[in-house]
Write a protein that binds this ligand. Structure first.
Ligand SMILES: [Zn+2]
Length: 324
């Protein structure tokens, strides 16, 4: 575990709302919460709805104003720094700030204001499939015009709305030079992965694990060099795979798909990035080379300037040489 803890890492798939440290949640909550999240160690969530409920209990008391976004993000970054995370993509749900009475771009600025200088931080907003409509379009336009984002993501229940509904938004994001990725292929099958590739033109898919059910689709993912940002514990906790041993991660790697390993919502699912990596390494008997490969994959898939990418890859190689 110590070796993995020291490894320079990237976190490609992280929701601020699911990463707020439990201590901060306890401080902000009106109720008397136990020292550890009460659902940890219990059976997986029985539905996406029950997961969302727990998630909301975690973030709602902590994200009430721009300052509280900054406080929560600072605590998340501190946790990442302790794990030697050098690159992170952090996303927050679009519209929750508006419900609290302030524009989402202020949340983005608050997160940016506490980003550590020695960490590459990319800020994404998640457009929820569960919240289409006029109001959502206003929020999207407003945050686009504020020019505070690095990218966008498609969040929420994958079964709630087809990706095609967001085609125009993604088109505009692309034109504005924002990095685009989308959740698919976790709660919904291979068809949802096809849709985000066809309509949203993404090169990065959050999860995408159910592409394993369709060999033609896998072929397309390989030929288009699409990256899957996988979160194994999340997939087990949401019942996508019955147990970790049956997770398609090793098969995807073997087939040459560019995959990365991430936490999704470390507080909700109970594993830090280091712990998640240790978990897959132990379960699948991955070699150290495979663990390095996963980190290299992340740096290749990240929106980084060529020189910075090379520098981070170099750091990774130097680190692996020094720990041999
Ligand atoms: Zn996610």
């Amino acid at each position: 575990m110590e070796r993995l803890s020291l490894l320079p890492k990237s976190e490609m798939h992280l929701h601020l709302e699911g990463a707020i440290p439990w201590e901060l949640i306890r401080e902000n909550s009106d109720s008397d919460l136990p020292p550890t999240p009460p659902w940890h160690g219990k059976s997986p969530f029985d539905s996406f709805t029950s997961f969302s409920k727990v998630m909301r209990q975690c973030f709602a008391p902590c994200l009430t104003c721009p300052e509280s976004y900054a406080r929560a993000a600072a605590a998340v970054f501190e946790n990442l720094k302790k794990q030697n995370v050098r690159y992170v993509e952090i996303s927050f749900g679009l519209g929750f700030p508006e419900i609290q009475g302030f524009p989402s771009h202020e949340a983005a600025l608050a997160i940016r204001s506490v980003a550590p200088e020695d960490m590459e931080v990319r800020i994404f907003t998640g457009i929820s499939r569960e919240r289409d409509g006029e109001q959502m379009r206003t929020w999207i336009q407003s945050i686009f015009d504020a020019e505070v984002l690095d990218g966008i993501d498609l969040h929420g229940d994958e079964t709630a709305a087809p990706a095609k509904q967001f085609e125009r938004v993604y088109q505009e994001a692309n034109e504005r030079g924002l990095f685009c990725k989308a959740h698919a292929g976790e709660l919904s099958g291979p068809e949802s992965v096809r849709e985000v590739i066809a309509f949203l033109k993404v090169q990065r898919i959050e999860h995408g694990v159910r592409a394993i059910e369709d060999s033609d689709l896998l072929h397309e993912i390989l030929s288009r060099e699409i990256t899957l940002d996988i979160c194994p514990t999340s997939n087990v906790q949401l019942g996508i795979v019955p147990k970790i041993e049956e997770h398609p991660l090793p098969i995807l790697l073997e087939k040459g798909v560019r995959v990365t390993v991430n936490t999704d919502d470390p507080t909700v699912f109970g594993r830090s990035l280091t712990e998640e990596l240790a978990y897959v390494m132990e379960t699948f008997h991955f070699s150290w080379e495979t663990m390095l490969q996963l980190q290299e994959n992340a740096l290749h898939a990240a929106p980084l300037q060529a020189e910075r990418r090379e520098q981070l890859l170099e750091d990774l190689r130097n680190h692996s040489l020094s720990t041999r």
